[in-house]
Design a protein around this ligand. Sequence first.
Ligand SMILES: [Zn+2]
Length: 168
Amino acid sequence: MVIETNKVVTVHYTLTEGTAEGQLVESTNGGEPLVFIYGAGMMIPEFERNLTGMKTGDTFAFGIAAVDAYGEYDDNALVEVPKSMFEDEGKIPDGLLEVGNMLPLQDQDGNRLNGMVAWVGLDKVKLDFNHPMAGVDLYFSGHVEALRDAEASELEHGHVHGAGGHHH
Ligand SMILES: [Zn+2]
């Protein structure tokens, strides 16, 4: 059996920025592995493409350019808004507008989006709506831990059942 569409893939991986020596972003080592249905649109397509045809026990190491991962950093997604927008009964809640805070917001169509406070001025703040990993080249290394066929119910639900997935 090899990794292809509709296989349930279990991998342990380490994600670093740019190269193997780059800053550590996350790692499943010592924790729960990542379990996903290949080809179900859960993962970055380029991540799946690099695992195609692998077998249990195979190791991998590859980079993905930012443009193929979470996108390039978009200057237009840095938006300046008046601080008064965040007033609650005439007062901005303590600690709300601090650089680095993620604010759950809604656009005029009611879509939820997260804006990170990037800059705080006297009357205005700049919110960054870029993905936190935008503009970052990714480097993955790891191995294939397990591989099996997805069950019909998993394909129907679009997620994995059992270990590493949904229990219902
Ligand atoms: Zn389900």
